[in-house]
Design a protein. Sequence first.
Length: 242
Amino acid sequence: MPVTNDSILNPLLNKDAEKILSFDKTVVEIGTITEDDKPVNINFTFTNIGKEDIRIKRVSTTCGCTLAEFTTDAIKSGEIGEIVLTYNPFNHPGTIDTNAFVYLLDSGRQPVAKLTLLGMVIPGKDAWTRFPYALGKLRMKRKNVEFNELQSGQSPSERILCGNSATYPLKPVAIMLPSFASFHSEPEVIEPGNEADLVITVDESKVPKEKGNDFSFPIILEGIGTGKPSDRTIIVKVKRIE
């Protein structure tokens, strides 16, 4: 069966999920906050309703704006555990609709729970604080990209929101790309003062075996104004998992 974007970003739960964990809630409405607000911590409490001890292997979030904390200790049948999601609104204006998937050590490759955060982030006082990094005349939300859970057969994409701070149009083009990566901007030409997405895709099936499971590579941009190559470089980090 081919791997689809939906199966990666919204995987099906383990068929026995309802027999393993019972959460007090799985959806939380954060409400309306601003980019200037501090990160929000949301607690999700669960009970092990199965007959066996369980251990949380990882909690995978669908947005870099959300971090997860959890205990790695064994949770016995009938005991209560907790997962804390921390949502950081800085540089993330717009609708909050992010998920976190809970994976157990012995539950296979499918998650046993889906936790959801909903809400809205309105822009902060200074619009340019949304773009704290500069590459040439591009103002960027971030300079580095991470593919932390690249699995066999996947070809995921990461987006970097950027803005054109120049007085003329910019047309970002990547040079020296490895064969397993691709790059483009949406739109292709960024008008002065406008925003765009830089889209980076990694095709796992084309990554040479000698790269190993942890590696990084640079993407040097042209068409974004003057500057040394090191000042026009995005670093992409990749971590493949079995």
